[in-house]
Write a protein that binds this ligand. Sequence first.
Ligand code: MD3
Ligand code: FE
Length: 203
Amino acid sequence: RIEAIGPRACVLRGFALAQADALAAAVVDVARAAPFRHLVTPGGYTMSVAMTNCGALGWIADRRGYRYAAVDPQTGRPWPAMPPVFAHLAGTAAAAAGFAGFAPDACLINRYQPGTRLSLHQDRDERDYAAPIVSVSLGMDAVFLFGGLARSDTPAKVPLRHGDVVVWGGEDRLRFHGVLPLRDDPHPQLGSQRINLTFRKAA
Ligand code: MD3
Ligand code: FE
């Protein structure tokens, strides 16, 4: 089932369900090598979302700015490799949404706990806006806010559940977006958390 939420944005409901357990297990492995942490923004705010990365490049924030880096500043080691089940899912989801040949070099892993939110922002730290972004939701339900190209555009609310995959590209790539504070409605497998995998071509 493909649900359009923009001209080049769609939700693939349940697309990752068959792989959900394998994806969650791979997240645990990644987090053992590169622990979840709360980044501090250039403005000095500590993000309520906890993050880690896998793949050749990881997204980081610090007092100097936002960027992609090959080495995890917390461990001093390269980010863990992208698990094959991640890369395969990202490629098949992108193809199902009309973006053939998507090969992400970065996977940002966001962990939400009850009350965690992500305020409206654009993703503009990637080199090439032609590549799509693929996101996979695991665990508790969230309400995704999908705005326009101006911060002031009233966002649509899109519920995202365990196993849903969203693909954004083309003219929808720079739309403002965010996540409402997470409600505590524990998930049978993942408990009181939501994990979001975001696949990008950063370089
Ligand atoms: C929409 N993450 O990590 S899904 C992010 O659920 C981020 O964790 C959210 O926004 C989350 O930056 C939302 C990913 C997403 C990524 C890029 C987008 C949604 C997007 C670009 C344009 C529009
Ligand atoms: Fe984003």
